[in-house]
Ligand binder design. Structure first.
Ligand SMILES: *Cc1c(COP(=O)(O)O)cnc(C)c1O
Length: 397
């Protein structure tokens, strides 16, 4: 059987949960989304959970709730999936990138501290952190720093203590992109609960899936009401179906998806355990392969939520060639992440150049995501590792 890059872990109970919904007339805004949201409040201890139809939609609603206006600044990182930056662009705000920690790929909090200080000071000190050029839509505006959007990369939460301290000192909102970290913990605290708002995602390669879907959690009552309204075409509590207090969206999660998510979240512990077991097998079978560094966990990560298994290859190895050879061997792999600032549309808008974020670029150039899911057998992991060892010989520069 062909080894897959990722694969959802579905049971008969999951399928029955979806089937039960399609045997009722309630396909949207029914009991399943309520129960799915409640499960997230119980799991994380958050006061509010708001189901949405993607992680991107969830992050976008957080940007709106944080009061981000055109020309405002939001600090984030270029070592991420594009959604974390795009939601800032949706509101015509300016993403200011900070480079990342070479071990975790998470925001470098020393640089963050300097950037927050300089951006709040303004003038030339602020300009040092700004992109080389701004697109027309971002010119003018008062370039006010409003929020930080850290990403919990590959299932390890960012370092939130310094982030929260800075946010408190400078009056910034913290939007936690936990789309890769459901079930992870930072110093014993649940990923997603570490900022003002946290977002999870349920695409089929994530720890739990709803097909497409996402969940926002927050303790902020007012923000929760606002995001619920925006999710539902801007209908505030008390609005009728054709009354719209705000400019909103259709970001609703349908009942089939919510039912699948509810069935999956009940098994979160066992789903995460299975993924951890696969990660352990990888660590075991990679340990004698010299040219490869397996993922490193830091002390603050009191629990990792394995999302992908990303190795770093030595400089001596041509990573792109390695990827091609592995694909030919029927082992799917993916360079992960491809830095956001080097994406064509970002270069066009902001004039980014190679070398702007050296750590992100180095990780981007040497990373390789191996096939990963909780359903992999040890035999499959071993096969991947054997092919990898073989391919490495031919991929030397
Ligand atoms: C998966 C993911 C998202 C959200 O993706 P959707 O496909 O919109 O659900 C956002 N940020 C990161 C870092 C992700 O990995």
């Amino acid at each position: 059987m062909k080894i897959r890059m990722s694969s959802p872990d579905l049971t008969e109970a999951d399928r029955q949960a979806v089937e039960a919904v399609v045997n009722t007339p309630n396909l949207s805004m029914g009991p399943n989304i309520d129960a799915f949201e409640k499960a997230f409040c119980e799991l994380t201890g958050a006061k509010h959970a708001i189901g949405v139809n993607s992680g991107t939609a969830g992050l976008h609603l957080c940007i709106r709730a944080a009061g981000i206006n055109p020309g405002d600044i939001v600090i984030t990182t270029p070592f991420s999936f594009v959604a974390s930056t795009n939601v800032i662009l949706f509101e015509k705000a300016i993403p200011v990138f900070i480079d990342v920690d070479p071990v975790t790929g998470n925001i470098n909090t020393d640089q963050l501290a300097r950037a927050v200080e300089d951006l709040s000071f303004g003038g030339e000190r602020a300009d040092r952190w700004m992109p080389r050029k701004l697109p027309e839509i971002n010119r003018g505006g008062d370039k006010q720093l409003k929020a930080v959007l850290p990403v919990d990369v590959f299932g390890q939460p960012a370092d939130y203590e310094p982030i929260k301290a800075l946010a408190g000192q400078y009056g910034l909102k913290v939007i936690e992109d936990s789309c890769e970290a459901l079930g992870g913990e930072y110093k014993g605290r649940y990923a997603g609960t570490l900022g003002d708002y946290g977002v999870f995602a349920f695409y089929p390669n994530k720890q739990i899936t709803t097909g497409e879907g996402g969940m926002i959690i927050t303790d902020d009552d007012e923000a929760a009401d606002f995001m619920r309204a925006l999710r539902n075409q801007g209908r505030a509590p008390g609005d009728t179906w054709l009354q719209h207090t705000f400019l909103g969206y259709n970001y609703r999660l349908d009942e089939m998806s919510a039912a699948l998510g509810l069935s999956q979240i009940k098994r979160l512990e066992s789903l995460l355990e299975k993924r951890a077991r696969v990660a352990d097998w990888y660590a075991e079978h990679l340990k004698d392969i010299e040219e490869v560094t397996p993922p490193q966990l830091v002390e603050n990560t009191t629990k990792v939520s394995w999302f992908v298994y990303v190795i770093q290859v030595d400089e001596k190895i041509d990573r792109d060639r390695l990827a091609l050879i592995l694909e030919e061997m029927d082992v799917p792999v993916r360079p992960y992440f491809s830095p956001i600032h080097t994406q064509p549309y970002m270069v066009k808008m902001f004039g980014y150049q190679q070398g702007d974020f050296p750590v992100t670029e180095d990780l981007g150039n040497r990373s390789l995501a191996l096939p990963f899911s909780g359903r992999m057998s040890e035999e499959e992991v071993l096969t991947v590792c054997q092919h990898l060892a073989e391919a490495l010989v031919s991929a030397k520069r």
